[in-house]
Design a binder for this molecule. Structure first.
Ligand SMILES: [Zn+2]
Length: 215
């Protein structure tokens, strides 16, 4: 059942169809920002308008289109930035004093809301999804009816296959999927629907999966 205090806001931002997210508590008015990129002022303005305090930043993976707002954000707010420990070596220019390396299963608390970090490597070595209540912010691991590329530095199709078919597909079918990019006709889906309609979640062998990527 959905926690009535859970707040999730999806914000399309920048020239690459990225989604930036706030996740937090409606009653406490505290949120984390996921994948702070492109337009820090716009993100801060939304927080100000809605009376929200940003207490931390979460990083799904190191790619610039998901992280290029972090240095600007940290000029305004001295907050921790949570990144998977496998991804930390790939991040450039982030102050060590702000960096908090996390592992799979670690949680980040915001206003009484518990956000679980789920390590889902493949698109990058330390890609992570954020699981909170009945929602999953999936970064570039899982898109609606698609998935992230594996041909960029650190990408690994075998790992992505395992992340999609062994980890994410085990989540409850009702889990709402909020992807890292606005690439589909709809802006969210569910794990159950993705297991039916997303070819990359339907492959039952690594070989099939690799063939789809042209390996
Ligand atoms: Zn990416």
């Amino acid at each position: 059942m959905t926690n009535p205090d859970l707040y999730i806001k999806q914000m399309p931002i920048g020239p690459m169809e990225n989604f930036v997210y706030f996740i937090g508590s409606k009653s406490k008015k505290e949120v984390v920002v996921v994948d702070c990129a492109w337009d820090v002022n716009a993100i801060l303005k939304v927080a100000e308008k809605e009376g929200l305090k940003i207490t931390a930043a979460l990083v799904s993976h190191y790619h610039f289109d998901h992280t290029n707002g972090l240095s600007g954000l940290l000029k305004h707010l001295d907050i921790p930035v949570y990144i998977n420990k496998e991804e930390a070596p790939w991040m450039k220019g982030l102050a060590a004093s702000n960096t908090k390396a996390v592992g799979s299963g670690d949680s980040v608390k915001v206003g009484g809301i518990d956000i679980k970090c789920l390590h889902t490597p493949g698109h990058t070595p330390g890609s992570q999804c954020f699981h909170v209540d009945d929602a999953l912010v999936s970064g570039d691991t899982l898109f609606i009816n698609a998935c992230g590329r594996t041909d960029l530095p650190g990408g690994d199709p075998k790992q992505l296959y395992e992340s999609l078919t062994q980890k994410l597909s085990k989540l409850d079918d009702k889990t709402i999927v909020y992807p890292g990019h606005n690439y589909a006709a709809q802006t969210s889906s569910t794990i159950g629907d993705q297991k039916k309609s997303n070819p990359f979640m339907k492959f039952t062998s690594l070989q099939q999966f690799l063939s789809a990527f042209g390996y």
